[in-house]
Design a protein around this ligand. Structure first.
Ligand code: KG4
Ligand code: ZN
Length: 336
């Protein structure tokens, strides 16, 4: 397939990332510099620190991606794609202005990418032959959505969280249990030694519809530990994780059955959860449909997925204007 190399840049939260994508799409290089250590002692992402770290890290990360990809021509790539939202304003601005400057200096098109659409494209990089329509469960630190994807660029929102995101619930409960940051991987690890039936935590809104609510679950965990301070942390973590995964899988399966999709696709940081991955694979196997579970590197934030979404946007539309602004609350464009 012919077409330009695309440089992708991602700085919406706490990963500074750059990637180079060839047509296909084929990832030539993907560099992710995580700021986890920087934010860990504060128990969460500190926006001002994230912005400043992106500023220091982005140029070397981009240089490394270009070098690893062997992109040495003039210009080294044929287009630059960057996350323009949603995310932290200061962090988005660092990536966006860097991408614009490179596109201008190299005289190549510039494409602003919706971070959420990037997560949807991550699966495509792992499963280039995936067949639509699919139900995508997009679960990250900021979002929890069930999306019916009829084809690339054609999204229908079936449901979303009415309060906390799934990843946010993992992070908050982990902090409460003293398991550190980021909470998702910590709970996942500790839960392996726990009994998921030890506590019967609530499954909010489980019986109907596609929307989620996780703030009551977090409160239920706090109450349970206050009532039983001697409780085994592994049991609490496993029971909490079971409650989250149960609701996520129930809703994804309901969406699958309501929409007649060919499978369930996982996306976003929480898609790295071992229990969620296992339960989605099991539910799909039982129904004879595809389970599209991305590699761990494609679950969490990276720039290859941004380059992939940008490459597709460039092929199916127009580049973005150079005065495109960062939008911390950017929403996916859903069909009605
Ligand atoms: O997609 P992502 O990297 O960043 C956002 O766009 O939000 O997702 C980060 C979220 C965090 O809340 C983190 O705790 C969660 O994904 N996460 C996990 C796991 N790994 C990361 N949650 C549950 N289990 C995991 N193994
Ligand atoms: Zn993300």
């Amino acid at each position: 397939m012919s077409g330009p190399l695309v440089l992708g840049i991602e700085t919406s939260c706490d990963e500074t990332a750059a990637a180079v994508l060839a047509p296909g799409p084929r990832v030539l290089a993907s560099v992710v510099s995580s700021q986890v250590d920087l934010h860990a002692r504060f128990g969460g992402v500190v926006p001002e620190l994230a912005g400043r770290a992106h500023l220091e890290l982005l140029a070397p990360v981009v240089a490394e991606a270009l070098e690893r990809a062997g992109a040495v021509g003039h210009p080294p790539v044929g287009a630059v794609a960057v996350t323009s939202g949603p995310g932290l304003m200061g962090s988005l601005l660092v990536g966006l202005s860097h991408a614009k400057a490179l596109a201008m200096a190299w005289g190549v098109p510039f494409i602003g990418v919706n971070h959420l659409e990037g997560h949807l494209f991550a699966s495509l990089l792992d499963h280039p032959d995936l067949e639509w329509p699919l139900v995508v469960l997009l679960v990250s630190g900021g979002h929890t959505m069930v999306v019916a994807v009829e084809g690339l660029g054609r999204y229908r929102l079936l449901g979303q969280t009415i309060d906390d995101a799934a990843g946010e619930a993992f992070d908050k409960v982990a902090r409460f249990l003293g398991l550190g940051y980021p909470g998702g991987p910590a709970i996942d690890r500790v839960a392996r030694d726990g009994d998921p039936t030890a506590f019967a935590f609530p499954r909010a809104l489980a019986d109907h519809g596609f929307d989620f609510s996780f703030s009551g679950l977090k409160t239920a965990v706090v109450r349970a530990v206050e009532r039983a301070p001697e409780a085994n942390t592994a049991d609490v973590a496993a029971s909490f994780q079971e409650a989250v995964v149960d609701v996520l899988v129930t809703k994804a399966v309901r969406a699958l059955e309501a929409s007649g999709a060919r499978g369930i696709c996982l996306a976003g940081g929480v898609a790295a959860n071992s229990q969620l991955r296992a339960r989605v694979e099991q539910a799909c196997a039982e129904r004879g449909v595809a389970a599209l579970v991305p590699s761990l590197a494609m679950c969490t934030d990276n720039a290859a997925m941004i380059a992939a979404a940008g490459q597709w946007r460039l092929e199916h539309g127009a580049p973005s204007p150079l005065d495109l602004g960062a939008d911390p609350n950017l929403e996916l464009a859903f069909a009605r």
